[in-house]
Design a protein around this ligand. Structure first.
Ligand SMILES: CCCCCCCC/C=C\CCCCCCCC(=O)N[C@@H](CO)[C@H](O)/C=C/CCCCCCCCCCCCC
Ligand SMILES: [Zn+2]
Length: 278
């Protein structure tokens, strides 16, 4: 499948294509700034390094994607496509090891995920087939989807809203990415007839960046919430959107826990993240 962005790289850049390039570049900020903030907060709260790496991995994808859309060079495209695989592997590790002891390191999944990442990188560098990268990435995302749905169905049902919001936002981005690839030429021709502002906000590839960036960020928050709840830190992840108040997370009622419960003596932490407080 030839993507809309790949089409641009082959042609000469005219005004509308330049505008498209700016939109696709700037939209990566959503994948860069909130994750850097998340990494700092995670580090400051003394949480496990794997979550700092998750946030930094997402920021690395955003920076790689920024470089690619700014230059439209194949080498730069690898700077976002390979980190997509690596950061997803970190997410998979976090979610599959979330019911283990604090700071416990399990070398078998690390070895398997490293092997997977190296194999995908080597094959992709030789074969250069985008569909191969897409299938490998989708395989990792499917793992995350099944695992998180399992956890919110059977273990922490009060986290269902966060899980399904992250999933829906991510999948909506994926739908827009497909539409953009399938009807690329029609969309571009239509946009050129629209006022520049309308044209700017209808760039579906830029929306794919925004929605997958946001969906992935929410996924890290979900993973972190699952982990800290399991470790009995009793966190309160407060997700606030621009001006729309707080995300309706329902936690179990801590007062309902008997006073002699081991839960009460455990450390209580409040972790507050903002998604888009800019
Ligand atoms: C429960 C929600 C799961 C969230 C998973 C989060 C995984 C996040 C990992 C990394 C973040 C990536 C954000 C996307 C950045 C896109 C940058 C970009 O546009 N790159 C292009 C080049 O510039 C590149 O060519 C695009 C590749 C797209 C590959 C899309 C593959 C399809 C994935 C769809 C998976 C759906 C699976 C559903 C299974 C039930
Ligand atoms: Zn892109």
């Amino acid at each position: 499948m030839v993507s809309c962005v790949a089409e641009i790289t082959r042609g000469s850049l005219i005004f509308f294509e330049q505008a498209e390039t700016y939109g696709n570049t700037v939209s990566n900020l959503i994948m860069i700034l909130p994750p850097i903030y998340g990494a700092l907060q995670t580090f400051k709260n003394g949480l496990e390094v794997r979550y700092v790496l998750s946030f930094l991995g997402l920021a690395a994808v955003g920076i790689g994607s920024w470089c690619f859309h700014m230059t439209l060079q194949y080498e730069m495209q690898l700077l976002d496509e390979l980190p997509m695989i690596y950061s997803c592997c970190v997410f998979v590790y976090c979610l599959y090891e979330c019911f283990k002891q604090e700071n416990a390191v399990n070398y078998l999944p690390i070895a398997l995920l490293l092997f997977f990442s190296i194999t995908v990188s080597v094959v992709y560098l030789q074969w250069k087939e985008p569909v191969f990268h897409q299938v490998m990435y989708a395989f990792l995302v499917a793992f995350l989807v099944f695992r998180s749905v399992f956890i919110v169905t059977w273990v922490y049902p009060w986290l269902r809203a966060l899980c399904y919001t992250s999933l829906s936002v991510f999948l909506l981005g994926f739908v827009l990415w497909n539409i953009d690839n399938i009807v690329c030429d029609t969309l571009r021709a239509t946009r050129q007839r629209l006022p520049p502002v309308v044209g700017a906000v209808t760039q579906l590839h830029a929306w794919w960046h925004i929605l997958t960036g946001l969906g992935s960020y929410l996924h890290i928050l979900l993973s972190l919430q699952i982990r800290t709840t399991y470790l009995k830190h009793r966190p309160k992840v407060k997700v606030s959107a621009a001006s729309s108040g707080h995300y309706p997370l329902k936690e179990p009622d801590i007062d309902a826990i008997p006073a002699d419960s081991s839960l009460v003596s455990c450390e209580s932490r409040v972790i507050s993240f903002s998604v888009l407080t800019v």
